[in-house]
Design a protein around this ligand. Structure first.
Ligand SMILES: Cc1cc2nc3c(=O)[nH]c(=O)nc-3n(C[C@H](O)[C@H](O)[C@H](O)COP(=O)(O)O)c2cc1C
Length: 491
């Protein structure tokens, strides 16, 4: 792994990103697909593939000409391009390069307010407001409605402390002038909302639909309390984001955003939201009465592009892939920041939506080191929400490889001795195993298993050696006898 790779992010908004992806030959255009069924079917076909194309849907029946939807940012070689790295990196190298370039010594560059931007090319207010013009798909068969907000984030301001937050919160269309805003307990947008409601005030909000992919990624990541995600992304780019102010609320949003909804959330203006096929692969959250954004203005660029990032469930999908890269690096840094030495690799496995199962490899240095690393990896800022299993292993195990990780767990742990439980840990409404009575009581918590699959520290020197081949043996085996598999001739 080249440790000198530095990031050079060459785009500033979704269109800039699309132009680069087109140049790489990784974009396909589909015309005439319906939002009712076809776009969701295409998502099923494409989003689970590591190297599936980016797809732009155009000429969507029922939508004005030029209104488009883009799906599958994070696959193929464009994954590296999205973070400003050379094309050839595999997923671990990408996460490692990301950690080195952006996470290890993070930079924050505050945004800059500008007067105007392409997002104001079209403005709908009053009776002109019509969110139904945009190609919000019904993504999954049993979804309760059209989800305009999947590749989205919403910006709010803390009414007491004045800081801005950008969080990815899903949005189902309610009617021409409102969409749901579903905020999970404890997320920063939720904390802001509760503060406004406690003061008897509506919460001003802007929802960005079709923004810079990095802003969206960070909207969905656990940034520290009090830090504006757009300013973190400014730090990644090495230049400040240019934001304009909404004409109704004064809240800022990117001048180059494709589509922005602006309005207010109040406690009494509700819709029946859901069900929605969630990242856990179940309709666990069901239907709920959810506050809506009462939309007072819509801003959009000419020929706007809605970004779609629906969870596919039941395995790795686009969302799991990009989150694995970001969250693995962030947990690794969180654990180091908490004072735990010797953490070699962390991988948040795609099979669990990059949330449910984390592998952590350490170079053991003292008794209890594995317990410490496991518990902190389970409860640090980037991890606590929804994690169920953390497996800690020695540094010879490749935690990015699910088979290798499970092999280590199966062979180096003793179930009764090696598993510790954390109780009452922060859960997600999307957890299908959350019992109905706990859900109804608002007790959205569960237990977490921290599995110490390291060689026991005090007799690690007597632990049987492994017969897993070394890299050198593997190389020689392939060189001498690879022909047996390829149908070639003896070498
Ligand atoms: C596509 C997508 C949809 C999400 N939907 C929701 C949601 O509806 N409600 C929610 O509270 N969190 C949702 N999340 C998770 C949050 O965005 C994530 O935990 C984020 O860190 C929360 O923002 P905060 O760090 O500012 O609290 C979603 C994430 C993504 C990527």
């Amino acid at each position: 792994m080249d440790k000198t790779i530095s990031g050079d992010i060459q785009y500033d908004d979704l269109r800039g990103w699309l132009a680069l992806a087109e140049r790489m030959g990784e974009v396909k255009t589909v015309r005439g697909a319906s939002w009712e069924e076809d776009i969701g079917l295409a998502a099923e076909a494409v989003l689970r593939e590591e190297n599936g194309p980016c797809v732009v849907f155009d000429d969507i029946p029922g939508c004005p000409k030029g209104f488009r939807l883009l799906m599958n940012v994070f696959a193929g070689k464009r994954r590296s391009m999205t973070f400003g790295f050379p094309e050839h990196l595999n997923k671990w190298e990408l996460s490692e390069a990301y950690w080195r370039a952006y996470v290890k010594e993070p930079r924050i560059i505050p945004h800059r307010i500008v007067e105007d931007g392409p997002v104001f090319e079209n403005i709908m207010m009053g009776e002109d407001i019509d969110v139904l013009k945009f190609p919000a798909p019904k993504w999954h068969e049993k979804d309760g409605g059209r989800y305009i907000g999947t590749g989205t984030y919403s910006i709010t301001r803390d009414p007491e402390e004045n800081w801005l937050n950008a969080g990815a919160y899903r949005a189902m269309v309610n009617d021409r002038k409102s969409v749901g805003l579903r905020l999970a307990t404890g997320h920063h947008g939720y904390i802001h909302r509760e503060k406004y409601f406690a003061r008897g005030e509506p919460m001003p909000v802007v929802m960005v639909l079709g923004g810079d992919p990095l802003d969206f990624f960070y909207g969905g990541m656990e940034a520290p309390y009090g830090v504006f995600e757009i300013d973190i992304v400014g730090g990644l780019r090495g230049r400040p984001a240019k934001l304009v102010r909404g004409k109704v609320t004064g809240l800022p949003f990117p001048a180059g955003a494709e589509i922005v909804l602006e309005g207010y959330v109040t406690p009494d203006n509700l819709m029946t939201e859901g069900p929605f096929g969630e990242w856990t692969g179940h309709y666990a959250g069901g239907k709920r009465q959810t506050p809506v954004i009462d939309i007072r203005a819509i801003y959009h660029r000419n020929d706007p592009i809605l970004l779609g990032v629906p969870p596919m469930g039941g395995g790795a999908d686009e969302m799991a892939r990009y989150r694995a890269v970001l969250r693995s690096a962030t947990i690794r840094q969180n654990v180091a920041n908490a004072g735990v030495p010797g953490v070699e690799r962390v991988w948040c496995h795609e099979i669990g939506g990059a949330r449910l199962l984390h592998g952590v490899s350490i170079k053991q240095r003292y008794p209890g080191h594995a317990t410490q690393a496991g518990h902190i990896a389970a409860q640090c800022g980037a991890s606590a929400y929804a994690v169920k299993y953390v497996i800690v292993v020695d540094e010879d195990v490749d935690v990015t490889n699910l088979e290798h990780l499970l092999w280590a767990m199966l062979t180096r742990s003793d179930p009764k001795e090696s598993i510790q439980f954390i109780e009452k840990s922060w859960d997600s409404q999307a957890d299908p195993r959350l019992p109905h009575d706990k859900r109804a009581a608002g007790d959205i918590t569960h237990s977490v298993a921290v599995i110490d699959a390291c060689k026991p520290f005090h007799w690690r020197d007597k632990f049987p050696p492994t017969n897993v081949p070394s890299a050198e043996v593997l190389r020689r085996a392939k060189e001498r006898f690879g022909w047996l598999l390829t149908g070639g001739k003896p070498g």
